[in-house]
Design a protein around this ligand. Structure first.
Ligand SMILES: CCCCC/C=C\CCCC/C=C/C(=O)SCCNC(=O)CCNC(=O)[C@H](O)C(C)(C)COP(=O)(O)OP(=O)(O)OC[C@H]1O[C@@H](n2cnc3c(N)ncnc32)[C@H](O)[C@@H]1OP(=O)(O)O
Length: 298
Protein backbone atom coordinates (compact mmCIF):
# COMPACT_ATOMS: atom_id res chain seq x y z
CA UNK A 1 0.00 0.00 0.00
CA UNK A 2 1.15 3.56 -0.73
CA UNK A 3 0.92 4.70 2.88
CA UNK A 4 2.77 1.62 4.04
CA UNK A 5 5.61 2.42 1.69
CA UNK A 6 5.89 5.96 3.05
CA UNK A 7 5.83 4.76 6.61
CA UNK A 8 8.01 1.77 6.31
CA UNK A 9 11.15 3.74 5.56
CA UNK A 10 11.36 5.61 8.87
CA UNK A 11 10.40 2.75 11.19
CA UNK A 12 12.55 0.26 9.31
CA UNK A 13 15.52 2.62 9.49
CA UNK A 14 15.11 2.75 13.27
CA UNK A 15 14.54 -0.97 13.49
CA UNK A 16 17.60 -1.80 11.45
CA UNK A 17 19.78 0.80 13.15
CA UNK A 18 18.94 -0.85 16.46
CA UNK A 19 18.39 2.57 18.04
CA UNK A 20 15.18 1.45 19.67
CA UNK A 21 16.65 -1.87 20.79
CA UNK A 22 19.67 -0.25 22.38
CA UNK A 23 17.39 2.16 24.22
CA UNK A 24 15.50 -0.84 25.60
CA UNK A 25 18.70 -2.56 26.71
CA UNK A 26 19.04 -5.11 23.94
CA UNK A 27 17.64 -6.21 20.62
CA UNK A 28 14.17 -7.72 20.58
CA UNK A 29 15.23 -10.93 18.87
CA UNK A 30 12.97 -13.82 18.07
CA UNK A 31 13.20 -16.64 20.62
CA UNK A 32 12.46 -20.03 19.05
CA UNK A 33 10.62 -22.90 20.72
CA UNK A 34 9.29 -25.79 18.61
CA UNK A 35 6.77 -24.26 16.15
CA UNK A 36 6.59 -21.02 18.12
CA UNK A 37 8.63 -17.84 17.88
CA UNK A 38 8.32 -14.96 20.33
CA UNK A 39 9.78 -11.55 21.03
CA UNK A 40 9.11 -8.88 23.58
CA UNK A 41 10.16 -5.26 23.77
CA UNK A 42 8.91 -4.70 27.28
CA UNK A 43 5.37 -3.39 26.84
CA UNK A 44 4.42 -5.73 24.02
CA UNK A 45 4.73 -9.48 23.67
CA UNK A 46 4.52 -11.11 20.26
CA UNK A 47 4.06 -14.85 19.83
CA UNK A 48 4.11 -16.27 16.35
CA UNK A 49 2.86 -19.70 15.34
CA UNK A 50 5.06 -20.77 12.43
CA UNK A 51 2.62 -23.49 11.36
CA UNK A 52 -0.26 -21.05 10.78
CA UNK A 53 1.65 -17.81 10.09
CA UNK A 54 -0.43 -16.07 12.76
CA UNK A 55 1.11 -13.74 15.34
CA UNK A 56 -0.59 -12.82 18.59
CA UNK A 57 0.40 -9.39 19.88
CA UNK A 58 -0.34 -8.89 23.57
CA UNK A 59 -0.31 -5.42 25.05
CA UNK A 60 1.18 -5.67 28.52
CA UNK A 61 1.58 -2.24 29.99
CA UNK A 62 -0.27 -2.26 33.34
CA UNK A 63 -2.33 -0.87 34.88
CA UNK A 64 -4.41 0.04 31.79
CA UNK A 65 -2.30 -0.29 28.59
CA UNK A 66 -2.42 3.46 28.08
CA UNK A 67 -0.74 4.54 24.87
CA UNK A 68 2.27 6.61 25.84
CA UNK A 69 5.19 7.51 23.58
CA UNK A 70 7.27 4.47 24.60
CA UNK A 71 4.35 2.11 24.10
CA UNK A 72 3.46 3.56 20.70
CA UNK A 73 7.07 3.35 19.53
CA UNK A 74 7.31 -0.28 20.60
CA UNK A 75 3.97 -1.02 19.02
CA UNK A 76 4.91 0.44 15.62
CA UNK A 77 8.29 -1.24 15.57
CA UNK A 78 6.81 -4.61 16.54
CA UNK A 79 4.16 -4.26 13.85
CA UNK A 80 6.77 -3.32 11.27
CA UNK A 81 8.82 -6.35 12.23
CA UNK A 82 5.80 -8.59 11.51
CA UNK A 83 4.86 -6.68 8.36
CA UNK A 84 8.24 -7.34 6.74
CA UNK A 85 8.20 -11.01 7.82
CA UNK A 86 6.77 -12.81 4.78
CA UNK A 87 5.82 -15.84 6.85
CA UNK A 88 3.43 -13.76 8.97
CA UNK A 89 -0.02 -13.45 7.35
CA UNK A 90 -2.26 -12.68 10.29
CA UNK A 91 -2.17 -10.67 13.49
CA UNK A 92 -4.39 -11.02 16.55
CA UNK A 93 -4.22 -7.93 18.75
CA UNK A 94 -5.18 -8.46 22.37
CA UNK A 95 -4.31 -7.51 25.94
CA UNK A 96 -2.34 -9.27 28.63
CA UNK A 97 -3.85 -6.92 31.24
CA UNK A 98 -6.93 -8.30 32.95
CA UNK A 99 -10.23 -6.54 32.11
CA UNK A 100 -8.62 -3.81 29.97
CA UNK A 101 -7.91 -3.86 26.24
CA UNK A 102 -6.43 -0.34 26.23
CA UNK A 103 -7.39 2.87 28.08
CA UNK A 104 -6.49 4.85 24.97
CA UNK A 105 -4.00 7.65 24.69
CA UNK A 106 -2.07 8.30 27.86
CA UNK A 107 -3.58 11.50 29.18
CA UNK A 108 -0.38 12.37 31.05
CA UNK A 109 1.36 12.62 27.64
CA UNK A 110 -1.08 15.39 26.72
CA UNK A 111 -0.81 17.38 29.97
CA UNK A 112 1.84 19.84 31.12
CA UNK A 113 4.43 18.90 28.46
CA UNK A 114 6.37 20.96 25.93
CA UNK A 115 5.09 21.57 22.40
CA UNK A 116 7.99 19.44 21.11
CA UNK A 117 6.80 16.57 23.27
CA UNK A 118 3.19 16.96 22.08
CA UNK A 119 4.42 16.90 18.46
CA UNK A 120 6.52 13.75 18.97
CA UNK A 121 3.66 12.06 20.79
CA UNK A 122 1.12 12.89 18.09
CA UNK A 123 3.47 11.71 15.33
CA UNK A 124 3.71 8.38 17.16
CA UNK A 125 -0.10 8.15 17.40
CA UNK A 126 -0.36 8.84 13.67
CA UNK A 127 2.28 6.22 12.93
CA UNK A 128 0.46 3.59 14.96
CA UNK A 129 -2.73 4.31 13.01
CA UNK A 130 -1.07 4.40 9.60
CA UNK A 131 0.65 1.07 10.22
CA UNK A 132 -2.27 -0.78 11.76
CA UNK A 133 -5.00 0.57 9.48
CA UNK A 134 -2.79 0.05 6.44
CA UNK A 135 -1.44 -3.37 7.40
CA UNK A 136 -1.27 -6.00 4.68
CA UNK A 137 -1.83 -8.71 7.28
CA UNK A 138 -5.26 -9.90 8.35
CA UNK A 139 -5.78 -8.09 11.65
CA UNK A 140 -8.25 -9.27 14.29
CA UNK A 141 -8.88 -7.48 17.57
CA UNK A 142 -9.56 -9.85 20.47
CA UNK A 143 -11.07 -7.27 22.82
CA UNK A 144 -10.84 -8.79 26.26
CA UNK A 145 -11.67 -5.68 28.29
CA UNK A 146 -12.65 -2.02 28.16
CA UNK A 147 -11.45 0.02 25.26
CA UNK A 148 -12.08 3.76 25.32
CA UNK A 149 -10.91 6.34 22.73
CA UNK A 150 -7.45 5.41 21.37
CA UNK A 151 -8.07 1.80 22.48
CA UNK A 152 -11.27 1.77 20.44
CA UNK A 153 -9.36 3.28 17.52
CA UNK A 154 -6.86 0.41 17.62
CA UNK A 155 -9.70 -2.10 17.52
CA UNK A 156 -11.42 -0.20 14.68
CA UNK A 157 -8.18 -0.38 12.68
CA UNK A 158 -8.43 -4.16 12.62
CA UNK A 159 -10.32 -6.11 9.96
CA UNK A 160 -12.55 -7.91 12.46
CA UNK A 161 -13.43 -7.39 16.13
CA UNK A 162 -14.38 -10.02 18.68
CA UNK A 163 -15.26 -8.77 22.17
CA UNK A 164 -15.78 -10.47 25.51
CA UNK A 165 -19.49 -10.69 26.27
CA UNK A 166 -19.38 -8.73 29.50
CA UNK A 167 -21.52 -5.58 29.90
CA UNK A 168 -18.90 -4.20 32.30
CA UNK A 169 -16.53 -3.85 29.33
CA UNK A 170 -17.23 -0.81 27.18
CA UNK A 171 -15.84 0.53 23.93
CA UNK A 172 -16.19 3.83 22.09
CA UNK A 173 -14.62 7.12 21.08
CA UNK A 174 -15.37 9.13 24.22
CA UNK A 175 -13.09 12.11 23.48
CA UNK A 176 -15.80 14.78 23.87
CA UNK A 177 -16.36 13.57 27.44
CA UNK A 178 -12.79 14.68 28.15
CA UNK A 179 -13.43 18.07 26.50
CA UNK A 180 -11.25 17.12 23.52
CA UNK A 181 -12.04 16.26 19.93
CA UNK A 182 -11.38 13.10 17.95
CA UNK A 183 -9.36 14.13 14.87
CA UNK A 184 -10.65 13.57 11.33
CA UNK A 185 -8.83 10.26 10.88
CA UNK A 186 -10.34 8.78 14.06
CA UNK A 187 -13.71 9.93 12.67
CA UNK A 188 -13.00 8.46 9.22
CA UNK A 189 -12.06 5.11 10.76
CA UNK A 190 -15.33 5.00 12.66
CA UNK A 191 -17.40 6.08 9.64
CA UNK A 192 -15.79 3.32 7.59
CA UNK A 193 -16.95 0.85 10.23
CA UNK A 194 -20.42 1.98 11.35
CA UNK A 195 -21.45 4.70 8.87
CA UNK A 196 -21.89 8.45 9.05
CA UNK A 197 -25.00 8.95 11.22
CA UNK A 198 -23.99 6.38 13.83
CA UNK A 199 -20.55 8.00 13.98
CA UNK A 200 -21.99 11.47 14.41
CA UNK A 201 -24.17 10.35 17.32
CA UNK A 202 -21.34 8.43 18.83
CA UNK A 203 -18.70 11.16 18.53
CA UNK A 204 -20.82 14.13 19.58
CA UNK A 205 -22.02 12.30 22.69
CA UNK A 206 -18.62 10.73 23.39
CA UNK A 207 -20.55 7.52 23.86
CA UNK A 208 -19.07 4.42 25.45
CA UNK A 209 -20.97 1.24 24.53
CA UNK A 210 -21.15 -1.78 26.84
CA UNK A 211 -20.29 -4.92 24.84
CA UNK A 212 -23.91 -5.96 23.96
CA UNK A 213 -24.69 -2.44 22.66
CA UNK A 214 -21.39 -2.28 20.79
CA UNK A 215 -22.46 -5.39 18.90
CA UNK A 216 -25.87 -3.90 18.02
CA UNK A 217 -24.20 -0.66 16.90
CA UNK A 218 -21.73 -2.53 14.68
CA UNK A 219 -18.68 -1.36 16.61
CA UNK A 220 -17.72 -5.01 17.14
CA UNK A 221 -18.53 -7.99 14.95
CA UNK A 222 -19.01 -10.75 17.48
CA UNK A 223 -19.40 -11.34 21.23
CA UNK A 224 -18.16 -14.51 22.88
CA UNK A 225 -17.73 -15.57 26.52
CA UNK A 226 -14.66 -14.02 28.11
CA UNK A 227 -12.68 -17.27 28.15
CA UNK A 228 -13.37 -17.89 24.44
CA UNK A 229 -12.10 -14.60 23.03
CA UNK A 230 -8.70 -15.96 21.96
CA UNK A 231 -10.03 -19.20 20.48
CA UNK A 232 -12.78 -17.33 18.61
CA UNK A 233 -10.18 -14.95 17.22
CA UNK A 234 -8.05 -17.90 16.05
CA UNK A 235 -11.10 -19.51 14.38
CA UNK A 236 -12.05 -16.27 12.63
CA UNK A 237 -8.45 -15.88 11.53
CA UNK A 238 -8.39 -19.22 9.76
CA UNK A 239 -11.51 -18.21 7.83
CA UNK A 240 -9.92 -14.90 6.80
CA UNK A 241 -6.68 -16.63 5.82
CA UNK A 242 -8.56 -18.97 3.49
CA UNK A 243 -9.00 -16.00 1.12
CA UNK A 244 -6.08 -15.48 -1.29
CA UNK A 245 -3.82 -12.77 0.19
CA UNK A 246 -3.40 -10.66 -2.95
CA UNK A 247 -7.16 -10.33 -3.57
CA UNK A 248 -7.93 -9.59 0.08
CA UNK A 249 -5.08 -7.07 0.35
CA UNK A 250 -6.11 -5.17 -2.79
CA UNK A 251 -9.69 -5.06 -1.54
CA UNK A 252 -8.58 -3.77 1.86
CA UNK A 253 -6.45 -1.12 0.19
CA UNK A 254 -9.37 -0.05 -2.03
CA UNK A 255 -11.56 0.42 1.07
CA UNK A 256 -8.99 2.20 3.25
CA UNK A 257 -6.63 4.06 0.93
CA UNK A 258 -8.67 7.30 0.68
CA UNK A 259 -8.59 7.72 4.49
CA UNK A 260 -4.92 6.81 4.72
CA UNK A 261 -3.92 9.15 1.87
CA UNK A 262 -5.83 11.95 3.54
CA UNK A 263 -3.70 11.82 6.65
CA UNK A 264 -0.44 11.16 4.77
CA UNK A 265 -1.05 14.35 2.75
CA UNK A 266 -1.60 16.54 5.81
CA UNK A 267 0.47 14.86 8.45
CA UNK A 268 2.45 17.94 9.48
CA UNK A 269 -0.63 20.17 9.49
CA UNK A 270 -2.41 17.60 11.66
CA UNK A 271 0.51 17.63 14.13
CA UNK A 272 0.50 21.43 14.28
CA UNK A 273 -3.25 21.38 14.78
CA UNK A 274 -2.93 18.92 17.65
CA UNK A 275 -0.16 20.92 19.34
CA UNK A 276 -2.03 24.21 19.16
CA UNK A 277 -5.25 22.56 20.39
CA UNK A 278 -3.82 20.54 23.24
CA UNK A 279 -1.60 23.32 24.59
CA UNK A 280 -4.56 25.68 25.13
CA UNK A 281 -5.13 26.52 28.80
CA UNK A 282 -8.84 25.63 28.55
CA UNK A 283 -8.04 22.16 27.14
CA UNK A 284 -5.37 21.55 29.75
CA UNK A 285 -7.91 22.45 32.41
CA UNK A 286 -10.49 20.01 30.97
CA UNK A 287 -7.95 17.18 30.95
CA UNK A 288 -6.95 17.96 34.53
CA UNK A 289 -10.58 17.86 35.66
CA UNK A 290 -11.09 14.52 33.88
CA UNK A 291 -7.96 13.00 35.44
CA UNK A 292 -8.98 14.25 38.90
CA UNK A 293 -12.40 12.61 38.43
CA UNK A 294 -10.78 9.33 37.36
CA UNK A 295 -8.69 9.30 40.52
CA UNK A 296 -11.58 10.32 42.75
CA UNK A 297 -13.87 7.51 41.57
CA UNK A 298 -11.73 5.05 43.59
C1 LIG B 1 -10.26 20.58 16.42
C2 LIG B 1 -9.38 19.47 15.98
C3 LIG B 1 -8.59 18.85 17.07
C4 LIG B 1 -7.61 17.88 16.61
C5 LIG B 1 -7.00 17.01 17.66
C6 LIG B 1 -7.07 17.48 18.97
C7 LIG B 1 -7.21 16.75 20.09
C8 LIG B 1 -6.69 15.48 20.42
C9 LIG B 1 -7.53 14.32 20.37
C10 LIG B 1 -6.91 13.27 21.19
C11 LIG B 1 -7.60 11.99 21.02
C12 LIG B 1 -7.56 11.27 22.31
C13 LIG B 1 -7.72 10.00 22.40
C14 LIG B 1 -7.65 9.29 23.70
O1 LIG B 1 -7.43 8.13 23.73
S1 LIG B 1 -7.86 10.19 25.16
C15 LIG B 1 -7.88 8.98 26.44
C16 LIG B 1 -9.26 8.53 26.71
N1 LIG B 1 -9.27 7.49 27.71
C17 LIG B 1 -10.13 7.42 28.70
O2 LIG B 1 -11.02 8.23 28.83
C18 LIG B 1 -9.96 6.27 29.65
C19 LIG B 1 -9.99 6.71 31.05
N2 LIG B 1 -9.85 5.56 31.93
C20 LIG B 1 -10.87 4.80 32.33
O3 LIG B 1 -12.00 4.98 31.93
C21 LIG B 1 -10.57 3.71 33.27
O4 LIG B 1 -9.30 3.95 33.84
C22 LIG B 1 -10.56 2.29 32.65
C23 LIG B 1 -9.68 2.22 31.42
C24 LIG B 1 -12.00 1.88 32.29
C25 LIG B 1 -10.01 1.29 33.69
O5 LIG B 1 -10.73 1.42 34.90
P1 LIG B 1 -10.13 0.77 36.25
O6 LIG B 1 -9.76 -0.64 36.00
O7 LIG B 1 -11.13 1.05 37.31
O8 LIG B 1 -8.77 1.54 36.49
P2 LIG B 1 -8.55 3.01 37.08
O9 LIG B 1 -9.57 3.94 36.53
O10 LIG B 1 -8.43 2.93 38.55
O11 LIG B 1 -7.16 3.41 36.40
C26 LIG B 1 -5.92 2.87 36.88
C27 LIG B 1 -4.87 3.94 36.77
O12 LIG B 1 -4.67 4.25 35.38
C28 LIG B 1 -4.87 5.66 35.18
N3 LIG B 1 -5.42 5.86 33.84
C29 LIG B 1 -6.56 5.34 33.34
N4 LIG B 1 -6.72 5.69 32.06
C30 LIG B 1 -5.67 6.47 31.73
C31 LIG B 1 -5.27 7.14 30.53
N5 LIG B 1 -5.98 7.09 29.39
N6 LIG B 1 -4.12 7.85 30.54
C32 LIG B 1 -3.36 7.91 31.66
N7 LIG B 1 -3.69 7.28 32.84
C33 LIG B 1 -4.83 6.57 32.86
C34 LIG B 1 -5.83 6.06 36.28
O13 LIG B 1 -5.77 7.44 36.51
C35 LIG B 1 -5.29 5.25 37.43
O14 LIG B 1 -4.11 5.89 37.91
P3 LIG B 1 -3.73 5.87 39.47
O15 LIG B 1 -3.65 4.43 39.86
O16 LIG B 1 -2.43 6.61 39.54
O17 LIG B 1 -4.85 6.59 40.18
Amino acid sequence: MAAQAVLRSSARARLLSGAFCAQRGGPALWQHHQNQRAFSNGKILVEMDEATGVAVMKMKSPPVNSLNLDFLTEFSISLEKLEIDRSCRGLILTSAVSKIFSAGLDITEMSGKSNEHYAAFWRAVQEMWLKLYGSNMVTIAAINGSSPAGGCLMALCCDYRIMADNPKFAIGLNETQLGIVAPFWFKDTMINTIGNRATELSLQLGQMYPAPEALKFGLVDKLVPEDKVQSAAAAAMSQWLSVPDHARQLTKSMMRKPAIDRLVKQREADINNFVSFISKDSIQKSLQIYMDRLKQKK
